[in-house]
Design a protein around this ligand. Structure first.
Ligand SMILES: [Zn+2]
Length: 304
């Protein structure tokens, strides 16, 4: 069985821990990057951001996951485009993906030099096929001529209702749009927090509507957006599909972040270790269990 680990919404708190775990286990994955969340992370730790981006470019594959993540208003995003400020201006989904591509390429060019980075595409070093994933939707649009498969049901577009047109346009722009088969389940409290933030503050926001820069290690937030099931639950579900030749797993970088920031005096190390400092161990155990089942780990551009 080929297993495709995919991590969404980076680069953010947790990306570093995921990358360390993948390296320790000699496994490759696909990172669906989001510019606005990466921007937040840069404001907290630019050095680590650049290290993570360099590592992803050199060792894994990059996917486009939009710049804005729809500011968490998905239905609005796919029907009308992203509301960017208090005027009537909206940014289309394709423009939001273009912005993300340009934004990531600007940083890649800073790390590797402009000559090495082709700014018309978004690709890692060993990648030739562009990948996309729609925020908040399990939608697929992949070219069967490239990704030939005997698996009859591998083209499952579960969330096609409001994304069909946008997925088609991104596909025409050169992206292979991938959803997922299994998700390592987690809570998404921060998405609801973001929606509440906009609902409460929409009248007073001056300029662009950027998603709030939540401190994922603060007392209010360090327990939010965490895994809600053990790795074995995920493996059990995967094993019911073990006759499938390919399985894509969706995860989120932030679920694997440590519990507290060293300079955060509000949370004691004991509490932090009790909660979440060892989340990366769960990822390691998941990978090793799959290795025992002879899983081969590949990046999504090799989904053939
Ligand atoms: Zn996402």
């Amino acid at each position: 069985m080929d297993v495709y680990l995919s991590f969404d919404d980076g680069i953010q708190s947790g990306t570093k821990q995921v990358l360390e775990t993948l390296k320790a286990n000699s496994v490759k994955a696909t990172f669906f990057l989001t510019g606005s969340f990466s921007n937040h992370y840069i404001s907290q730790d630019e050095t680590n951001f650049l290290c993570c981006l360099k590592d992803i470019y050199e060792n894994h594959s990059i996917g486009n996951h939009s710049f804005s993540h729809a500011n968490e208003f998905y239905s609005d995003y796919y029907h009308k485009g992203l509301k960017i400020d208090n005027s009537d201006l909206r940014r289309s989904v394709t423009d939001d993906f273009k912005l993300n591509k340009n934004w990531i390429n600007t940083y890649l060019a800073r790390i590797f030099g402009e000559k090495k980075i082709n700014e018309s595409t978004l690709l890692a070093a060993n990648q030739v096929i562009q990948l996309g994933r729609l925020p908040g939707r399990n939608a697929w649009r992949i070219n069967p001529a490239i990704f030939n498969s005997n698996q009859a049901n591998f083209l499952i577009s579960i969330d096609d209702v409001d994304t069909k047109q946008e997925a088609d346009m991104l596909f025409q722009d050169g992206y292979q749009i991938f959803g997922w088969h299994e998700e390592w389940k987690m809570k998404f409290e921060l998405s609801s927090d973001t929606r509440s933030f906009f609902k409460q503050n929409i009248e007073t926001i001056v300029g662009e509507y950027n998603s709030p820069n939540w401190d994922l290690h603060s007392m209010e937030n360090f327990k939010k957006d965490r895994l809600t099931e053990d790795y074995q639950d995920l493996i059990d579900r995967m094993m019911t599909k073990r006759n499938s030749e390919k399985l894509i797993i969706l995860m989120h970088d932030r679920a694997f972040r440590t519990g507290y920031k060293k300079n955060n005096t509000n949370i004691s190390p004991e509490i932090s270790i009790k909660y979440f400092d060892n989340e990366r161990e769960k990822l390691s155990k998941m990978i090793n269990t799959l290795k025992q089942y002879n899983a081969r780990f590949k990046t999504l551009d090799k989904f053939y």
